[in-house]
Write a protein that binds this ligand. Structure first.
Ligand SMILES: Cc1cc2nc3c(=O)[nH]c(=O)nc-3n(C[C@H](O)[C@H](O)[C@H](O)COP(=O)(O)OP(=O)(O)OC[C@H]3O[C@@H](n4cnc5c(N)ncnc54)[C@H](O)[C@@H]3O)c2cc1C
Length: 405
């Protein structure tokens, strides 16, 4: 038996996309077999499922398989630890991205018992980013997974305990102790907590998108725009402020930037619209819906074409840009503290200068924080700043006379 995990499914199947995303988030490598283009795949799926086409069917190196597994079943199968060793810690960090992991390194070095809980895989968005070219200290750039692994190893070295594939459902405080409730049903308690759950870039959910992220589809112009220096065309999906701002930024690298907007008008502010309309490198396509992202025919796995449908005429058209940047919004991962901890009008956590939230002893850092720059270096910086704020908070707590606690 080969030592690779094989996932059999189809591009239209949402459970297949979920399972692939789960494995990808855990940075577990797997082979994808689309049974619609691989007749052998249909046979294998049917053999494993009493003649039925149950997808995804996932075959493991020991030749066992799971059919249509939940994320919990997958987590168990690949051996993820989902329960912490203790129930009381000095500090609990929700979110194991660069911000949360940085805080954990600082805290554990200062002998605070620290638990990190992540709903997906450690490393956050940085861990699933193809390449990082603007993070200081790596003149040749560094793969996101490699950087994430290094940060995780550093946290392990100081004894940070880390759980993956465990979502936090709520955080509450009785004024003395913070209670963190995990989706597994476990409750963990701490004197301080950090929310570093980041934000999720909204996706178009069009077929082909998932497989081409990082291979022609991007969500950050500052991060990935420079890769396209000298290309003839880039497409920006989204006609709001971010789409236009980032589109204008991208004009420095390429001959033409095409903004594709679903509705019949741009929604960015007037100033930005004027700038775009006057810019000779920019073009705007209104009323266009994305039907599909297609890979190149050369087997490189890179973006080859974007299929659009004109919502007025129903005509389809094909664009062949070097890359596509998606700016259709950002959802902060803050649902679990809604109504408990103050947020701005976009749902981002608000903090004071010391990065403390409206709930005493609970801090916020990184992309989840209102006013953050959505850049890795800043997330790491905020993680360090939060660690110092937490230290000062705990010192003040320890210095309080007992009757005041
Ligand atoms: C495709 C892409 C490319 C990028 N490229 C660059 C680049 O080149 N340079 C750069 O500077 N920046 C880049 N960025 C941005 C950078 O990755 C982020 O700024 C950085 O990762 C933010 O770190 P964070 O720790 O705040 O949040 P995240 O990295 O988002 O980590 C948050 C973590 O919290 C977890 N989480 C969420 N909700 C819960 C919950 N309820 N319970 C438990 N855990 C939870 C998530 O699973 C995640 O692991 C890129 C981002 C993307 C998406």
């Amino acid at each position: 038996m080969d030592d690779v995990i094989r996932v059999y499914g189809a591009s239209w199947c949402p459970d297949c996309r979920r399972a692939k995303r789960f494995l990808g988030d855990q940075r577990v490598s797997f082979e994808w077999h689309d049974i619609e283009v691989d007749p052998d795949g249909v046979r294998i799926v049917q053999e494993r499922n009493n003649g039925n086409n149950v997808i995804p069917t996932i075959i493991f190196p020991d030749d066992s398989h799971l059919a249509e597994p939940s994320n919990e079943e997958l987590a168990e199968k690949i051996g993820l630890e989902r329960m912490a060793m203790m129930h009381v810690y000095d500090l609990i960090i929700v979110g194991g991205g660069p911000a949360g992991l940085t805080t954990s390194i600082y805290a554990a070095r200062e002998n605070l018992q620290t638990l990190v809980i992540d709903s997906k895989g450690l490393g956050g968005q940085a861990g699933v980013t193809e390449r990082l070219d603007n993070y200081p200290g790596f003149p040749e750039g560094i793969g996101g997974a490699e950087l994430a692994d290094r940060i995780v190893q550093q946290a392990q070295r100081y004894g940070v305990e880390m759980l993956q594939a465990v979502s936090v459902k709520s955080i509450s405080s009785d004024g003395e102790e913070i209670d963190v409730e995990a989706a597994t049903g476990d409750h963990y308690h701490a004197r301080a907590a950090l929310i570093a759950t980041g934000s999720s870039y909204r996706r178009t959910e069009a077929p082909g998108e998932e497989d081409l992220i990082g291979a022609g589809i991007h969500f950050c112009a500052t991060c990935d725009g420079p890769f396209y220096k000298g290309a003839s065309q880039l497409v920006v999906l989204g006609g709001g402020n971010s789409g236009l701002e980032e589109g204008l930024f991208l004009t420095q690298f390429v001959d033409k930037v095409t903004i594709v907007q679903r509705s019949d008008r741009l929604t960015a502010n007037k100033l930005l619209q004027d700038k775009v309309n006057m810019h000779k490198k920019m073009e705007v396509l209104l009323n266009r819906e994305i039907i599909e992202f297609k890979p190149k025919d050369d087997g490189s796995g890179k973006l080859g074409a974007i299929i659009l449908r004109d919502r007025e005429t129903d005509q389809t058209e094909e664009l062949h840009p070097a890359g596509a940047f998606v700016f259709i919004g950002l959802d902060p991962n803050t649902e679990f503290v809604k109504g408990q901890i103050d947020q701005d009008d976009r749902g981002l956590i608000t903090t004071d200068m010391g990065l403390q939230t409206s709930m005493a002893g609970v801090f916020g850092a990184g992309d989840v924080r209102s006013g953050s720059t959505k850049q890795l270096a800043s997330a790491v910086g905020e993680g360090a700043a939060a660690a110092i704020g937490i230290r000062m908070y705990l010192e003040a707590l320890d210095a309080k006379p007992m009757h005041m606690m």
